[in-house]
Design a protein around this ligand. Structure first.
Ligand code: GDP
Ligand code: MG
Length: 269
């Protein structure tokens, strides 16, 4: 594999084989959320428009499908201009993934932090148009227990996050700090590594890929989040099934989310 790969700074080392894959999927599909959590575990995906949020949700759902069938439940936006910033979710069993059109959707708001906070608290109904939404009547939007967010995945396109304005990154740091203060588990998901030159046959060594390690280091400096909370995903697919390696990379992320959300619940019991 040569000098592009190194073990030293690998933040994760998933095991890739069919048995491990099946047992992870069984665990995830059979898992019952803690009672305090309610019926669902809600995971919010958040990032810049075009980062690959909807594509990531589709990859999650494909990886969870027992037959690995490619899912297209979360619409991938091709025409950016027609994008309406709404909050929506797609689910598999007890797991619900909330899709939010990110900072770009909130930029006209006087107080994007407040809107974000209300989403975390389960005060904003699915389907709400966030351009029209007025957060100033917080007491009119009561908490809906089954919509409370338990985990947040911040999604970054690994090819372009270096170009994000520093003031937006600053805003991001505030957001992720808010999430941490609310005791909500949070991770970073980096997308589009396929565009960074890693050949498909090496996807199972992705965490050993030096370029990924450098990107994670940089992202860690930008965001203030630990490198160990950063994960890689590849959302492109050929055919109608998710390949075994991509599936494993995806289930590995989901297992980390579910296990840590579970652990957080145990700690506050
Ligand atoms: N090559 C590649 N393209 C991706 C990946 N993830 C998303 N995309 C593409 O990036 C574009 C934006 O994705 P989308 O999920 O709609 O972004 P969103 O605005 O964050 O929901 C689409 O054309 C996707 O097909 C990835 O991992 N690799
Ligand atoms: Mg989208």
């Amino acid at each position: 594999m040569g000098s592009s790969y190194s073990n030293d700074n690998a933040v994760h080392s998933p095991v890739f084989n069919r048995r491990k894959l099946e047992s992870l999927r069984d665990y995830l599909l059979g898992y019952q959320p803690p009672r305090e959590c309610g019926k669902y575990i809600n995971i919010l995906l958040f990032g810049m428009e075009g980062a690959g949020i909807s594509a990531t949700i589709n990859t999650f759902l494909s990886a969870l499908d027992p037959k690995g069938r490619i899912t297209n439940l979360a619409p991938i936006e091709r025409n950016r201009k027609s994008l309406t910033p709404t909050l929506n979710y797609c689910g598999s069993n007890y797991l619900r993934f909330w899709d939010l059109a990110g900072w770009n959707a909130l930029e006209n708001k006087n107080d994007p932090m407040q809107v974000f906070n209300m989403i975390l608290e389960g005060r904003i109904l699915p389907g709400t148009d966030l351009h029209e939404f007025n957060p100033s009547f917080e007491d009119k939007h009561s908490i809906i227990p089954e919509n409370i967010i338990h985990g947040v995945a911040f999604v970054f396109d690994m090819n372009t996050f270096d170009n994000i304005d520093l003031y937006i990154m600053k805003q991001f740091q505030e957001l992720q700090t808010l999430v941490a203060q609310k005791y909500i588990y949070r991770i970073v998901i980096g997308t589009k590594f396929d565009q960074l030159g890693i050949p498909e046959r090496y996807y199972s060594y992705i965490y050993n890929y030096k370029l990924l390690q450098e990107k994670f280091q940089k992202l860690s400096e930008y965001t203030g989040m630990d490198r160990r909370t950063m994960f890689a995903i590849i959302n492109t697919s050929r055919g109608d099934k998710i390949g075994q390696t991509r599936c494993m990379l995806t289930l590995y992320i989901l297992e980390n989310l579910v296990r840590n959300i579970n652990r957080y619940f145990k700690m506050i019991e």
